[in-house]
Design a protein around this ligand. Sequence first.
Ligand SMILES: Nc1ncnc2c1ncn2[C@@H]1O[C@H](COP(=O)(O)OP(=O)(O)OP(=O)(O)O)[C@@H](O)[C@H]1O
Ligand SMILES: [Mg+2]
Length: 248
Amino acid sequence: MSEDAIRLIGLSYAYPDGTRALDGVDLRIGEGEKVGLVGPNGAGKSTLLLHLNAILRGDGSVKIFGLETGPPNLKEIRRRVGLVFQDPDDQLFMPTVFEDVAFGPLQMGLPEDEVKGRVEEALGRVRLGGYEDKAPHHLSDGEKRGVAIATVLSMDPRMLVLDEPTSNLDPRGRRSLIRILMNLPQTQLIATHDLDLILEVCERCVVLDGGVVVADGRSVAILSDRDLMEGHGLEVPHSIHHLNTGEH
Ligand SMILES: Nc1ncnc2c1ncn2[C@@H]1O[C@H](COP(=O)(O)OP(=O)(O)OP(=O)(O)O)[C@@H](O)[C@H]1O
Ligand SMILES: [Mg+2]
């Protein structure tokens, strides 16, 4: 059996104001799996993702490739897990795009030439070659999203954790991101309301609601289960709906 990339046991988390965002989550994701994470607004998706590189620490156990996410392992965990935040403004903090995308590789101690090469490649993949000297806060929302994704691609992490990666992307940017994700061999966990992206990229899908995993299985089966989807504030995507009903 392949190694577990993610292993959560009884993960619970309450924010300081008392909001209970996760309520005993058990989840196991094998290395190389691509898994979609869906659920209504406020389900706890982002909160869950923030535990995977120990930005938040709840009760229960979080293991990444067998390593517990406590302080002694923080550096190694953050090398392994490339997390793209829901809000790019949380990701981009350097004066230029180049410095933001170079930040991870520099932290990893890579030589300057390699850092430059990685920045160029990562920006090229998100179609933002030539943006190196721009200030991230001057970019459009979609451009910021692209740079945020590049900051993670440049680190070539063992696992990609993406929170709403397609929001604000135009159709061409979305299509090229889907292609990138399909072609990358790494383990991926993708929280999104873009259910068609899940159908294309992720064989497996987990539904979270009220801080609890309410379903876990093959994406096609989960996303076409109308009762399940509507029971949790979601809807069967049109692409499947049409398949089932023969409508056009
Ligand atoms: N900093 C915070 N302080 C207090 N409560 C918070 C905080 N951040 C999130 N919450 C609450 O925790 C719950 C889970 O929020 P979370 O952002 O994880 O949901 P989500 O599934 O990512 O939703 P969305 O689809 O809107 O991104 C919500 O009830 C939210 O109001
Ligand atoms: Mg969220």
